[in-house]
Ligand binder design. Structure first.
Ligand SMILES: [Fe+2]
Length: 87
């Protein structure tokens, strides 16, 4: 009986260590995803400014190209945001 209690205690300790590990990993992942979201937001902002600048110069071909890239960044932003919400 004593042995069973010792085994249960060992199992509980292992589970607690695993939970602590998982919690730390999730914390790091959340931190990385939040940084990625900030980076995507900055990229989108920068592309929009560049698009406006190109349009003001009448360079619509470059503006169109930048709009295409900005849309890709918006997709990345949505994907990362969605991933973050699932944690
Ligand atoms: Fe991106």
């Amino acid at each position: 009986m004593k042995r069973i209690h010792a085994d249960i205690k060992k199992s509980e300790d292992i589970i607690q260590k695993l939970n602590t590990f998982i919690s730390k990993q999730n914390g790091k992942l959340i931190q990385y995803l939040k940084q990625d979201i900030e980076d995507e937001e900055k990229a989108i902002r920068d592309y929009k400014n560049q698009i406006s600048y190109c349009r003001s110069l009448g360079d619509h071909k470059t503006a169109d190209l930048l709009e295409h890239i900005a849309k890709e960044e918006e997709i990345h932003f949505k994907e990362i945001s969605s991933r973050l919400q699932k944690i």
